[in-house]
Design a protein around this ligand. Structure first.
Ligand code: GLU
Length: 570
């Protein structure tokens, strides 16, 4: 049966082209299929595509198009993304890069004010300087051209219809609008103000049916051309909006036209006989996830899994060591030398692991010195406007995609029914660190800012897909994603139980521990070991994961901290 899936999938991939592919009996999907995403409208749109003979890449286009409509605070047409793809026919895992690029007119001082001081939070995030070339849709166009099954234009039908008919504003969107809408100055852009607020200035409430004809129109243009935002009338609207205050940006039509998404081998490393694959730079996922697990592979967890504070201690220390390296070395490797091979070298990670003592926290974690360049430590904060989805189709192909407009509601500027990103604030605000060392992640023309997005796919001992996971959450994404991996792979939990575990984020010398599902003994036990703990309530994870069991059954998990679901195709 495995062999017949292989042959059938080769057939369907060979047929991938702009032409519609007939779903004959021989190309019929063989196994179960599932979509896990942050909003049930998006999940349904993805399932509908799978039902009509689409594959995981086709479904990704539909899911993203709907998320941009119903969850505009997190991701959308105006943002960027990384998509990690497992191709069942070849067993290969590739990573599509749709990260936003800086305009050609920027300098390393992009986020410094006239006096040379780093801009304040809202000043930077809402400035024209923050908007990078939106890459998500062009990247999906590239992934579809390589692997899609259904015609590109048909993938937008569900989202277009929903934009025209209107959707009920979700509880989370309503709550964010009412708590943060005005605070983050979403009402300062006239288009955003008219869309997200009623005439009297009240933010849209839960259940309000919001239509978005401008979005429907944009989708119609994208249905004809995946680069519709990068050329023509929509590109002009983007450039004009960025050229407005506050702090007009340098983004030009030429910058948009020059943008190219790219595809790479995913960064894959062995972990206890499996392969862990995530996105390469400028994402830090491929490095950080594999560094955490590579360090952990030098230890055995006790059988008590999440009930043993000693096991959490190991996960915390591995995170601290990996984050320290990630903060110093990861950036856009098209522009700076990233010593990725040195950072993930098994012997280097063994040396990092040797810094961990059972039962005692490391005092003052610092970056290591792998083979490669030296850069200063970047402590850029990343925000909470992001979404993750995982998809498995009936042929056995899998997608893990993390997608973002960066901050909540991105840059707040709205054109064509969607929000622009503020992704360039993921660059270091200061181009040098406190010691004057240049930062790998300093802004530069055409450069892509470092991301924490960690869409991850795990292959089993036979090299077949077994788990897809990922999360939003700024640089805590790495910690959230690692938790789901350790929960499923090491502690034997279902994806849902792993996602439900408390969030524990260990970056630097402070470990944040989320309140949800927390064992009251955990914090005192960690403090006993010397960990400095900060309890957190507002948790930003949004893990959406799918596991394939050895009998082929799919098991999904959806983060209760957000409002999405994991649903199997019936
Ligand atoms: N912009 C961040 C990144 O690309 C993600 C922000 C978030 O998760 O909210 O890493």
């Amino acid at each position: 049966m495995i062999r017949s899936i292989f042959i059938l999938t080769v057939f369907s991939l060979a047929a991938c082209a702009p032409q519609p592919v007939e779903q004959s009996a021989t190309t019929k999907p063989m196994g179960p299929a599932m979509v896990a995403a942050a909003n049930s409208h998006a999940v349904e749109a993805g399932l509908e595509i799978l039902r009509n003979g689409g594959n995981a890449i086709d479904a990704s286009v539909a899911v993203q198009s709907v998320l941009g409509l119903v969850e505009p605070q997190s991701s959308g047409l105006g943002g960027g993304a990384f998509l990690v793809y497992y191709d069942a026919a070849t067993g290969k895992v590739t990573s599509f890069d749709g990260r936003e690029a800086a305009p050609s007119g920027v300098s390393a001082e992009l986020f410094l004010d006239e006096a040379g001081h780093a801009l304040g939070y809202l000043d930077a995030v809402n400035s024209g300087h923050a908007v990078g070339v939106p890459g998500a849709m062009a990247m999906l166009g590239m992934a579809h051209a390589a692997h899609g099954n259904l015609p590109w234009g048909s993938l937008f039908d569900g989202a277009t219809q929903l934009a025209e008919d209107g959707f009920a504003v979700s509880p989370r969107l309503a709550a964010l609008l009412s708590r943060f809408g005005k605070r983050v100055q979403l009402d300062q852009d006239p288009n955003a103000a008219a869309y997200f607020f009623q005439a009297d200035g009240t933010p849209l409430s839960e259940g309000f049916v919001r239509d978005n004809p401008a979005y429907a129109n944009t989708l119609r243009q994208l249905a004809k051309n995946p680069r519709a935002l990068l050329e023509g009338e929509l590109a002009e609207q983007i450039v004009n909006s960025v050229a407005n205050g506050p702090r007009p940006g340098a983004l030009s039509l030429a910058d948009l036209a020059a943008y190219q998404p790219s595809v790479h081998d995913a960064v894959c490393r062995p972990y206890r006989a499996r392969q862990i694959c995530s996105a390469p730079p400028p994402s830090s996922g491929g490095h950080a996830i594999n560094a955490i697990l590579g360090i952990l592979s030098n230890f055995e967890f006790s059988d008590q899994g999440a009930d043993d504070p000693g096991n959490w201690h190991l996960l915390i220390e591995a995170q601290r060591l990996a984050y320290a390296d990630r903060d110093r070395y990861i950036a856009d490797d098209a522009m700076v030398a990233v010593p990725l091979a040195g950072l993930l070298d098994a012997e280097y990670l063994r040396q990092r692991a040797a810094l961990i003592r059972p039962g005692t926290a490391i005092v003052n974690v610092t970056a290591g010195n792998p083979k490669g360049a030296i850069f200063g430590r970047d402590s850029t904060k990343e925000e909470k406007g992001t979404s993750h989805f995982s998809i498995v189709d009936g042929w056995g192909n899998a997608v893990a995609m993390t997608t973002t407009v960066e901050s909540i509601f991105g840059n707040k500027r709205m054109v064509g029914g969607f929000l622009l990103n503020n992704q360039l604030t993921d660059f270091a605000r200061n181009p040098v660190d406190a010691d004057g060392l240049p930062l790998a992640n300093a802004p530069a023309p055409g450069k892509r800012p470092r991301s924490s997005m960690s869409p991850t796919i795990v292959l089993d001992v036979q090299g077949q897909f077994m788990f897809a996971t990922g999360s939003p959450g700024g640089n805590s994404i790495i910690a959230y994603t690692a938790k789901s991996l350790v929960g499923v792979l090491d502690w034997g939990l279902t994806p849902q139980a792993a996602i439900d575990l408390p969030n524990v984020i260990a970056r630097g010398d402070i470990t944040q521990v989320g309140a949800r599902n927390l064992d009251p003994n955990l914090i005192p036990a960690l403090e006993q070991m010397g960990h400095v703990i900060r309890s957190t309530r507002g948790e930003g994870s949004g893990l959406y994961a799918i596991q394939r069991l050895s009998d082929g059954t799919l098991v999904g998990g959806a983060d209760p901290r957000r409002e999405g679901v994991a649903r199997e195709l019936q």
